[in-house]
Design a protein around this ligand. Structure first.
Ligand SMILES: NC(=O)c1ccc[n+]([C@@H]2O[C@H](COP(=O)([O-])OP(=O)(O)OC[C@H]3O[C@@H](n4cnc5c(N)ncnc54)[C@H](O)[C@@H]3O)[C@@H](O)[C@H]2O)c1
Length: 459
């Protein structure tokens, strides 16, 4: 059934949700406090790169199914369901910063009238819905309002696909009626695909979201440590994960070794649950260790290069990939920060490249000693070594030729294992992957005619 829905926040989660809900038939008003963003969105300009979103946005905007505003009061007054998808970043002590949630709630509660439902999509620590309910109980009771927590599981880079193909719909609500309403809203996607719908208490839903990210982050952290071990013993992490993943209890997904996890969620949510646990007197020592292990993994590409060249002072290094993963321009939590910081602190000169994320990276990392090249070949020019950090298609398709033509050195740190090792080794490159032995070019054995020529010269 068609609903009038306001969505607070137009980041990746809010905008994809708003555009998706409009596309499946609802009337949507997307609200943001960032006036420039709202102005751009009204013209159809996207604030970030997300595959498939531009086309979908154009279609719902042209059809008049979505509008954008900074007027939160009116958005609440004119809609029956209010989604909240504002940011919940980490505070310096690891706790979730809920100020955007509180500000959004202040404007929602101020304008709350008869029977509206507030659906939180932002990731929040366990107990947040309960405390919001307590804090605003008078207004919620007077208006018959409900708060539901419906955690978001989309992945940047495939967010549009994920909106239409969720693995599950989790609805945390203490009201059966409010839970049914959220179920109905998503019926055109979840219902049609027979997606499992889990209805539970808000606090269980809050724990489901944090726990999912803990499980995913721990999987990456463990695989990266096993990759390090593989390098030490001469095994190949791809063979190991293939063998391990065939065990049905483990499964093969999400077992890629790399430069340590990044992004705006895993680190933040692992820190968030550790801090929430401390508050409740629980010591999540194993979960906390994920962060320590990951911090070390994120330095490994630079350390590997340093070990290979002896000293980084004066070395020119091309860094390919600044986004925390491919198909996004999001640099939040990207391993590129740690790698470039390490390199420039040790006196290297860095030229970086990313097909989508250079602008965001430069804005977030204003330090001397590096710049962005605007093109792969430009980044490679006169480089002693190249470090590949993001698994962009563009880098997967790299052949030795542009490296031979532009670089002065022959060292590649391929943290994502995306290059064809043989191809590069045959052209004289030394390749350091993740979780596999370094590949060095074989010392070329001289053929018969070279021996004859050498003999003639020495006569
Ligand atoms: N990005 C992801 O991949 C992802 C995936 C799942 C869950 N989440 C969670 O979803 C939430 C949103 O993530 P994001 O990456 O989209 O956030 P974001 O920080 O990119 O965007 C948040 C947006 O909310 C706006 N905003 C802040 N306060 C507001 C207010 N009072 N009213 C209206 N708008 C307001 C900001 O201007 C900004 O545009 C977070 O809690 C995050 O943990 C994110």
């Amino acid at each position: 059934m068609k609903k009038n829905i306001a969505v607070f926040g137009t980041g990746c989660v809010g905008l994809v949700t708003a555009v998706g809900l409009a596309d499946i038939g609802h009337n949507v008003t997307a609200v943001d406090t960032d006036l420039n963003r709202v102005k751009d969105l009204k013209k159809g300009y996207l604030p970030f790169y997300e595959p498939g979103l531009k086309k979908l946005m154009k279609s719902v905007l042209t059809a008049g199914k979505i509008r954008f505003t900074a007027d939160s009061s009116r958005a609440v007054a004119e809609n029956d369901v209010i989604f909240v998808a504002v940011g919940t970043p980490s505070r310096p002590d690891g706790r979730a910063d809920l100020s955007q949630i509180r500000n959004a709630f202040d404007s929602i509660i101020e304008n709350l009238d008869s029977g509206k439902t507030i659906v939180i999509k932002s990731t929040i620590p366990p107990g947040t819905v309960r405390s919001l309910q307590e804090q605003h109980s008078a207004e919620l009771d007077a208006a018959g309002g409900q708060i539901v927590f419906c955690p978001e599981f989309l992945r940047e880079g495939t967010a549009v696909h994920d909106f239409y193909h969720p693995d599950r719909l989790v609805i945390g609500s203490s009201s059966g009626e409010a839970a049914r309403l959220v179920d109905d809203i998503f019926f055109p996607v979840a219902g049609k695909l027979d997606v499992p719908v889990l209805k539970c208490s808000p606090v269980s839903a809050e724990m489901i979201k944090y726990s999912s990210n803990v499980m995913l982050a721990s999987r990456i952290a463990v695989v990266n440590e096993l990759a390090e071990m593989s390098e030490a013993v001469g095994a190949d992490i791809h063979e190991i994960t293939a063998g391990v993943g065939l065990d049905k209890r483990i499964g093969g997904a999400f077992l890629q070794a790399g430069p340590g996890f990044g992004g705006s969620c895993f680190g933040k949510d692992v820190s968030g649950i550790v801090a929430a646990a401390e508050y409740h007197g629980v010591d999540l020592s194993l979960v906390r260790e994920i962060l320590t292990s990951n911090a070390r993994q994120r330095q490994r590409p630079a350390v590997k290069l340093e070990n290979a060249v002896g000293s980084l002072r004066g070395k020119r290094v091309a860094v390919l990939g600044l986004a925390f993963k491919a198909e996004t321009d999001d640099v939040r939590g990207s391993a590129a920060f740690d790698v470039i910081e390490y390199l420039i602190n040790k006196g290297a000169v860095v030229r970086a490249h990313d097909p989508e994320a250079e602008y965001n990276f430069i804005r977030a990392f204003m330090k001397k000693g590096y710049n962005c090249a605007g093109g792969v070949e430009e980044a490679l020019r006169k480089a002693d070594a190249v470090i590949i950090l993001t698994e962009w298609e563009l880098y997967k398709r790299l052949t030795p030729q542009p490296l031979i033509e532009n670089m002065r050195g022959r060292i590649i740190i391929d943290t994502r294992n995306i290059l064809n090792e043989k191809l590069f080794v045959n052209e004289g490159f030394t390749l350091f992957g993740t979780g596999r032995k370094e590949q060095k070019p074989k010392a070329r054995s001289r053929n018969r005619s070279e021996f004859v020529n050498a003999a003639i010269v020495s006569m």
